[in-house]
Design a protein around this ligand. Sequence first.
Ligand code: NAD
Length: 259
Amino acid sequence: MTPDDTLTLAHARQLLRQALLDDARRAGALCVFSGAGMSAESGIPTFRDAQTGLWRRFRPEDLASVEGYRRNPADAWDWYEERRQGVLRATPNAGHQALGEFARRHPGVLHVVTQNVDDLHQRAGNTDTLRLHGDILRHQWLQACPREPACEVATAQQGHPPHCTQCGNQLRPGVVWFGEMLPEGAMEQALQWVSASAITLVVGTSGAVWPAAGLARHARRAGAWVLIINPQATELDDEADGLIRSTAAAVLPRLLTGF
Ligand code: NAD
């Protein structure tokens, strides 16, 4: 970290100390809005990284849209299967652990909103993390099942992708694709959390995916002090009160331990 980063970190710790001492503002005082960079040090590639190697011939919209999936379901299924295996092998990094430990020490103070579809925040102890973009470990039908009662996802016949022997439906990952709605109520809850926070940390996101990216601006307009933690410039830098150009696993333990 640069000397400027160290000063910003000290200021953030001071604000957090004040928030923890203020009984009226303590609940929900800290909000974390995370993206793929949060899990990079656990070995899970960011979206851009995941386009390398074997998979670089795919464009994001080939893999992350209903139309792309319908065009080439076998390859898209295999791509997600490889990512699912990567998530299952990964473990929470020092950044996730620092957030989980902070939540255990200060119940009710921290809310986590993530764009990540892995479960590393949850495994580190932030079990009520709000996932804006779904869950890669869950499966759902590609189309609404026409039968009554609906066919069970668990009974799908193995394949690329697995399919239903009753209605022919295919499985797809339980993530939010381009052009799809976020889970019902998720954005409203996230807006409420960032608005109520004294400090919002924006960790490991490029800020390119909307409407999630709007949370940083919303937090600041509602009066939160917004700190971006990212080794690279992001599309949200102008929305921040502070920037630390370093990684999640390097910064979060230094920011959150000792309280
Ligand atoms: P992104 O790939 O657009 O950007 C990743 C950001 O993380 C970049 O700004 C990069 O500089 C930063 N970064 C890289 N390493 C970092 C580190 N160690 N510490 C802190 N920051 C680091 O990711 P995004 O903004 O989350 O948006 C892409 C979409 O892809 C999201 O909707 C998300 O659902 C999805 N995605 C999720 C995962 C996951 O669940 N782990 C992985 C890849 C993509």
